[in-house]
Design a binder for this molecule. Structure first.
Ligand code: IMP
Length: 424
């Protein structure tokens, strides 16, 4: 039974939720190892559409256990809202089905304000964060001054911690021109959420190791994507966690030798939200896709920036994550295009680059070199078997394999589960 990690191979929003939902069919336990409610997966399950931020989409299935691992950051009130939202539509959520690591760090209301304050003060150098407090939470974790989910059982500690954070950061918040923070209101929000969350808290490492003894199949649902990774991404235009496959081990306490397979997820084109370099960005492709009602963020509603498939980035993502199989989503987004572009390599100061340069400054200066492939000019959304995909889709995937060594085994041609096709 393979334990599988699913990672985004681009800048997030690759359609991982849908691939996770597809692969969950054979999994027993679904683990979210990193990130916070900056993520947003839209999942169509049965006839219903759900937007999930922190809870793995396995929650929509009967008989699957979901784990929020130690590497995740949890905004307590937001998680309670998500739990209540699911219960309201008759999805069973209880402490057997959803297990939350008592070691996960807490995103406090102060962190949300700090995220906004720091962004405001960055001015033109802003990162374009989701404003959910993710960076300040991970910063406190690394600074060894954060609160962990286990602390939710200790209201006095929460009160004292929030009061101290408000006091320490009041000058920064004032400098950014934001309203002064209200520690009492912030504390009440967290303590109220704690009442719901405490029964879900557990040592998820012990749970996962116990589950492994019984031979269950596990799926690790990575959030965001490779180029938002704090180490391997387009720093500083990144999120604050390890979004690459290694993060699934540190963020869950499941060791590397228990991982059998890494599935990378990429769109048939590329998108990015927020600021930062994007070599293959093409405003006319953005306009085209937005015109189709596609590529608006699930979490913030922001229009995503769009561009062509970038084989340089995928090649490197394959290395960093150890991608065994590629899932390519949104093939149908290009159904009506006459020609499809793929960036094969970059040029920088007259030199050829087959891998991305180290700095965001250099990535902003590269010139993408394209190969133009014929479009398939076919409505792919009704296709139900991989082998029935148009010849030009198959040759696009084959060319990508030559360029990146990544073999596509799954394609997405629409939001429904039947629109996810697996190569035999
Ligand atoms: P943060 O994670 O809110 O700090 O945002 C940092 C960067 O990551 C910004 O460019 C965000 O737009 C981007 N980002 C964070 N989460 C996601 C996601 O789930 N999908 C796509 N981009 C994301």
């Amino acid at each position: 039974m393979p334990n599988t990690i699913i990672v985004g191979a681009q800048w997030g929003d690759e359609g991982k939720g849908k691939i996770v939902d597809f692969l969950t069919a054979s999994a027993d336990v679904v683990v979210r190892p990193q990130g916070g409610n900056n993520a947003g997966h839209t999942v169509i399950h049965g006839k219903n559409k759900y937007v999930l931020h922190l809870i793995p989409s396995g929650i929509l299935w009967k008989g699957k256990t979901c784990v929020i691992g130690n590497g995740v950051v949890i905004d307590p009130a937001s998680l309670v809202k998500e739990i209540e939202g699911l219960i309201a539509v008759d999805i069973n959520v209880d402490p057997e089905k959803l297990r939350i690591s008592d070691r996960a760090h807490l995103t406090l209301p102060v962190h949300r304000v700090l995220d906004q304050a720091r962004e405001a003060l960055r001015g033109a150098a802003r990162i374009g964060t989701t404003g959910r407090g993710i960076g300040p939470t991970y910063a406190d974790k690394i600074h060894r001054s954060g609160l962990r989910a286990g602390d939710l059982a200790n209201p006095q500690k929460i009160r004292d911690h929030i009061a101290a954070l408000c006091e320490d950061n009041a000058p920064l918040v004032a400098e950014a021109g934001l309203e002064p923070m209200d520690p009492d209101a912030m504390t009440s929000e967290v303590i109220q959420a704690a009442e719901t969350l405490v029964p879900y808290l557990t040592d998820t490492v012990a749970y996962l190791h116990g589950a492994m003894e019984t031979g269950v199949e596990m799926l690790f649902e990575g959030a965001q994507g490779t180029y938002l990774d704090i180490d391997h991404g387009t720093y500083p235009f990144v999120t604050s966690s390890n979004t690459t496959s290694g993060g699934a081990c540190t963020g869950s306490g499941v060791p590397p030798q228990r991982i059998d397979r890494v599935v990378g997820v990429a769109k048939a084109y590329t998108t990015r939200v927020g600021e930062g370099p994007f070599p293959t960005e093409d405003p006319s492709l953005s306009e085209y896709l937005h015109g189709l009602g596609r590529e608006f963020g699930a979490t913030t509603g922001r229009a995503r920036r769009c561009g062509w498939l970038d084989a340089v980035l995928l090649r490197y993502a394959g290395m960093v994550n150890g991608i065994d199989e590629l899932a390519m989503t949104n093939i149908d987004g290009l159904d009506t295009h006459d020609e499809i572009r793929v960036c094969t390599h970059y040029e920088l100061d007259g030199e050829r680059l087959d891998l991305p340069p180290a700095t965001a400054d250099d990535l902003a200066r590269v010139i993408p070199v394209y190969e133009v492939l014929p479009g398939w000019k076919t409505d792919t959304t009704g296709i139900r078997s991989f082998d029935d995909l148009p010849e030009n889709v198959l040759s696009y995937l084959e060319r990508l394999r030559e360029l990146t060594s990544l073999r596509t085994t799954i394609v997405g041609i629409g939001p429904d589960r039947e629109q996810t096709l697996r190569r035999d």
